[in-house]
Design a protein around this ligand. Structure first.
Ligand SMILES: Cc1cc2nc3c(=O)[nH]c(=O)nc-3n(C[C@H](O)[C@H](O)[C@H](O)COP(=O)(O)OP(=O)(O)OC[C@H]3O[C@@H](n4cnc5c(N)ncnc54)[C@H](O)[C@@H]3O)c2cc1C
Ligand code: SF4
Length: 683
């Protein structure tokens, strides 16, 4: 068993005990060390790390010895590495003081000989540890490629997240390892940990039978592990296959395009990413309201992909300039993942008035922190539609300062297509619902400005719904004449569908629904052209788009047949085990949300609060930015937080170092085996 002497380091940064705490915080930041050792009378009497610095900062300045940690966590250099990890874990300390015994048995004294750091201990343990987690068989993973679905939840997840392993790591307190496992197939855990429609939880065996148990909080645990990694500003340093000389153009930087970009870079392809907007992320950054997730975390995840060497071309509207034909000439393959970013406005009388907008455009403009022209702050707004996009537009209107906001739908209140808690949360902050009606006309005053929306009642007893999707069958809608009525307002938002707006003169095969025609592997009828994500499937979910990205990258690799090295190791090594934790039972808990009165304020996002906190703590301003227009648009890591110890041991192939995590390439083992080579058209 290796001892702590193996990772012994000399005494690092020190400071005198009578130094002012403010000066100690400054020195700690400047040194980049995990902690300062506090000296008095030639001896080390305490430790001043980030935890103590936060207490000192909150409290004002006193002497450093008023805040330092004591007694100083210590160990003998003859103790085992595991005992070092144990004290670091229990005492939450980044550094342990090392002593060595001197003298004969009954007159033994000890002297200080140095320190060991959490990172050094964990890295050393990582070299000798074989991971254990329930339900996994190493041989199966190695032979059958990564993430062979073995449990109902993993099968239900479109990207086959290794749920059993990452949940198990959380239960062991190994949060960084959990985050790494999540990243095996999920480039956007900060988004999916908050916004996923989580089919995994629906299929979780713990929720199958009536009784005290509920489905495991798979989604929220993903968020937790990711928040933990984000707080430490770690970054995955992917080990990629050598460049193979093939060039791929990806059009659209939503979750489908970004995922494909990541996978193709891992396999050694040159990737040029064309994006029409001025920022990356697709609907994630340019539509989904930023109060629903942490924009800083999304940008961190996007930047990790860009840092793999993706060549980003912003403000490029492919189809207009450059033409698709040109890309097909210039590249070995082209992947269209252009989504459905345009909103539909129903052609009722008055729909061309200046205060009428589609929800997609409204949310897109708001995503740039701009208030759309004519938006009536202090006035009333009507949102036409009953789905998730309508709910987002309604909540955003409230947070942008509308006085009263109506959400109006054909469906009755108990059949609204909006899902999740969003509708409940929107109602808590003042959303008014009006259901069982269909829009008739937008009304204007004498000067041609919107002053109301006219609706007519529908016969709710005749409405029918698709048994599989639950969607309203529009041909069952019957208007009830004589029930016309007007809701007064100064602004109307149509959340009545999305359109695939890729230039139709480019020769891309389309389906009768005007979606792109491709099979589940992204193959179109044109050999070099691939398509996937919402533009093929229709409006869907983030996790589905990520799955499209993985599958299409694999299909492109199959087409181009680039050879990749076969000696890449699997990411984690996991053995089967009869783990006693399987018998444990914990109550399911939902993450807390802010009270309704705080949620009404658009600025009350966690990011905004964290930015305020960080800038005050470090004494320098971290500029809030919207989206990513270049590499430098990601807020740089805050030094005082980077390099905090990770309460995690490492796996055989993933060793945490200060501020970054190196992962062995997965270039031969893509997460998907079902690339869908037969032409089954998506409905
Ligand atoms: C308001 C709203 C809320 C949502 N909330 C959720 C949620 O909570 N949970 C969930 O799972 N899903 C949600 N979704 C759905 C999810 O965002 C989409 O399913 C997903 O983003 C689709 O990914 P994609 O990569 O296919 O396309 P997109 O994310 O739409 O990205 C397409 C990209 O292509 C670019 N592009 C388009 N045309 C061109 C061109 N000609 N040249 C260059 N670039 C082009 C676009 O600018 C865009 O960046 C929501 C959608 C909306 C609209
Ligand atoms: S990505 Fe979504 S479906 Fe997959 S494990 Fe996470 S929450 Fe579940």
């Amino acid at each position: 068993m290796p001892t702590l002497s193996k990772v012994l380091e000399p005494i690092g940064e020190t400071c005198p005990a009578d130094l002012s705490a403010a000066e100690a915080v400054r020195r700690l930041n400047a040194s980049g060390a995990d902690a300062l050792l506090v000296e008095r009378d030639g001896g080390i009497v305490g430790l001043f790390g980030h935890r103590e610095a936060i207490a000192a900062f909150a409290d004002g300045s006193g002497r450093v010895d008023a805040y330092m940690r004591r007694p100083l966590p210590g160990r003998n250099i003859a103790d085992s590495l595991e005992s070092g990890a144990d004290i670091m874990y229990r005492e939450d300390t980044p550094v342990v003081l090392m002593t060595e015994d001197e003298g004969p048995l009954f007159r033994k004294t000890s002297r200080t000989v140095g320190i060991v750091s959490a990172n050094a201990v964990l890295t050393e343990i990582g070299k000798t540890t074989t991971d254990t987690a329930s339900n996994k068989v190493f041989v199966g993973r190695r032979d059958l490629s990564l993430n062979v679905p073995v449990s109902p939840c993993q099968r239900a997840c479109p990207i086959h997240q290794d749920i059993a392993a990452y949940v198990d790591y959380v239960s062991q307190g190994r949060y960084l390892d959990s985050w790494l496992v999540i990243h095996e197939t999920n480039p956007f855990p900060s988004m999916l940990g908050r916004l996923c429609n989580h089919p995994c939880e629906t299929d979780c065996k713990r929720g199958w039978v009536q009784g005290p148990e509920n489905a495991v909080s798979i989604k929220s645990l993903k968020r937790f592990a990711t928040d933990y990694a984000w707080a430490r500003r770690v970054k995955i340093d992917w080990q990629r296959a050598p460049e193979n000389g093939r060039r791929v153009a990806i059009v659209g930087s939503g979750p489908a395009g970004m995922t494909a970009a990541q996978d193709l870079r891992l396999m050694g392809y040159q990737v040029d990413l064309y994006e029409r907007e001025g920022k990356l992320g697709g609907l994630l950054s340019a539509s989904i309201p930023h109060f629903r997730f942490d924009l800083d975390q999304l940008n961190w995840e996007i930047q990790m992909i860009v840092d793999m060497g993706v060549n980003v071309l912003l403000n490029k509207n492919v189809g207009k300039d450059p033409k698709l034909e040109q890309l097909l000439d210039d590249y070995d393959a082209v992947f269209l993942s252009v989504g459905m970013m345009t909103g539909r406005i129903l052609p009722v009388p008055g729909s061309d008035l200046p205060e009428v907008i589609s929800a997609m455009e409204f949310l897109r403009v708001r995503s740039y922190d701009i208030i759309p022209d004519n938006f009536p702050r202090g006035g009333d707004v009507v949102v036409i539609g009953g789905g998730a996009v309508a709910t987002d537009a309604a909540q955003t209107s409230i947070k942008t300062g509308a006085r009263k906001v109506w959400m109006v739908s054909i469906e009755p209140a108990d059949r609204l297509p909006a899902f999740g808690n969003e509708l409940v949360e929107a109602r808590e902050i003042g959303l008014q619902l009006h259901t069982g009606v269909i829009v008739n006309a937008i009304k204007a005053d004498d000067s041609g400005h919107v002053n109301g929306v006219e609706f007519i009642r529908v016969d709710e007893t005749k409405l029918e719904f698709d048994p599989e999707s639950g969607k309203l069958l529009i041909n069952t809608v019957q208007k009830l004449p004589g029930t016309e009525h007007v809701i007064p307002c100064r602004y109307a938002i149509f959340a009545s569908g999305q359109i695939m707006d890729f230039a139709q003169d480019q020769g891309v095969p389309l389906t009768p629904r005007k979606l792109m025609e491709a099979d589940t592997g992204g193959h179109t009828k044109m050999t070099k052209l691939f398509a996937g994500g919402d533009c093929v499937q229709g409006p869907s979910f983030i996790v589905d788009a990520v799955a499209w990205g993985h599958r299409t990258a694999r299909s492109i690799n199959e087409l181009l047949g680039a050879s990749v090295p076969h000696d890449a190791k699997p990411l984690t090594v996991i053995e089967s085990t009869d783990d006693h934790r399987e018998a444990d039972y914990y109550n399911r808990e939902e993450p807390p949300i802010l009270p309704a009165d705080k949620r009404r304020d658009m600025s009350a996002t966690t990011s905004a609060r964290r930015r305020r906190w960080m800038s005050s703590f470090t004494g320098r301003t971290v500029t809030p930015r919207v989206g990513v227009s270049s590499k430098s648009a990601i807020p740089c890591s805050v030094k005082s937080l980077a390099g905090k110890p990770a309460r995690s041991s490492s796996t055989m192939t993933a060793a945490p170092t200060a501020g970054s995590v190196r992962i062995t390439a997965r270039s031969t083992a893509l997460p998907f085996s079902e690339s869908g080579s037969e032409m089954t058209r998506c409905k």
